[in-house]
Design a protein around this ligand. Structure first.
Ligand code: NAD
Length: 335
């Protein structure tokens, strides 16, 4: 009697059931890392060597390089990253190994844009600092000069990287806060700009030809570039000095885009007014000086972390695997 061999998928860490169910419903055998922790490279390699998997659903905390692809072997068709960023993957090595890489763009755009505003508003309105103040029993009644913050409405929001998330942030800034958006991107998006002309025809989302121009003009700078050699330390000590002393810096992209030590020093020396960041240069470590400062808000890489969005990310990663194993091009193949 003929038994169709079940294709086997390895999931590097517990993810939302929605993704696992999609894979199981497609008829695959799914094995999830039984320990709810990041697998060290040698642990991942030994799972892959012993398991002989047809596909791997991986996370941004997995470093996927030539050794990992070699361990996965020829039968492994795809590593589907459950993230839009894929700076954890050596793409050249995956190509050499003949393994496809996929990511999960789009499904997290609104959530990350919302988290960007959560950070922007929280730092400008001193929400975390005020919460600490109240919990410490320091609130003794309304005061005219207590914990004064900054408005976002009608300000200039500078965006570095006007892709899916950056353009959503610009949209909310202009439409929701009557702010002016200015942006720098290696690719200018004139179609986007045309959507944001005010009644007098003046641009509400305007291109700037250098990051410096954005940094000089903006009251809030929000970073939405991928981590690439060209964006590593895009924000360094020199560029922080260009910013207004009243300006805030927000980062929901990737930690190494900012020189974290330089940021801590700039905040301590009041070179800029404040910052709010979701990502860190050497995750999960955080530059110790940042932890001591009141003019920064730190969230632990949770910009896409809503229940609905994590379900969608897990499902999309599963869909990429299903396509690849059905002999089709995955919808989000990284090329
Ligand atoms: P995207 O590819 O749609 O947008 C990135 C934009 O950056 C593009 O428009 C691109 O042209 C531009 N860009 C590239 N290099 C540049 C450079 N040197 N200078 C200026 N602009 C440059 O990606 P997206 O979906 O908007 O996501 C952006 C990034 O956000 C991801 O790569 C990821 O690292 C990060 N992200 C973080 C979280 C989180 O949990 N904190 C969640 C989702 C995404």
């Amino acid at each position: 009697m003929y038994h169709k061999l079940m294709l086997k998928i390895f999931v590097t860490r517990k993810i939302p059931e929605a993704g696992i169910n999609k894979l199981k419903n497609a008829g695959y055998e799914v094995e999830v890392n039984p320990e709810d922790k990041v697998l060290a490279k040698d642990e991942l390699i030994s799972y892959l060597k012993n398991g002989k998997y047809d596909a791997v659903l991986a996370l941004l905390t997995d470093k996927l390089d030539a050794d990992v692809f070699e361990a996965a072997g020829a039968q492994c068709k795809i590593f589907a990253n459950m993230a839009v960023g894929f700076d954890n993957v050596d793409i050249e090595a995956s190509k050499k190994a003949g393994i496809m890489i996929a990511n999960t763009p789009g499904v997290l755009t609104d959530t990350v844009a919302e988290h960007t505003f959560a950070l922007m508003l929280a730092i400008a309105h001193r929400v975390a600092e005020a919460d600490r103040f109240a919990r410490a029993g320091k609130y003794h009644g309304w005061e005219p000069m207590m914990l004064l913050g900054t408005d976002l409405s009608y300000k200039t929001i500078g965006i570095l990287g006007l892709g899916r998330i950056g353009s959503r942030v610009a949209y909310h800034a202009v439409k929701g806060f009557n702010a002016k958006a200015i942006y720098y991107d290696v690719n200018r998006n004139e179609e986007f700009e045309k959507e944001f002309l005010d009644s007098t025809g003046s641009p509400q989302a305007a291109f700037r030809t250098t990051p410096e121009e954005v940094l000089r003009e903006a009251d809030f700078v929000s970073i939405h570039v991928p981590l690439l050699p060209s964006t590593r330390h895009l924000i360094n000590a020199e560029r922080l000095k260009i910013m207004k002393p009243t300006a805030y810096l927000v980062n929901t992209s990737r930690g190494p885009v900012i020189d974290e030590k330089a940021l801590a020093e700039a905040l301590q020396n009041k070179i800029i007014k404040g910052a709010a960041i979701d990502v860190f240069e050497n995750e999960p470590a955080i530059e110790p000086l940042l932890l001591k400062l009141d003019n920064i808000i730190l969230t632990p890489h949770i910009a896409s972390a809503t229940e609905a969005t994590r379900d969608k990310m897990a499902e999309l990663a599963a869909e990429n695997i299903i396509s690849a194993l059905s002999g089709k091009e995955p919808p989000n193949l990284v090329k």
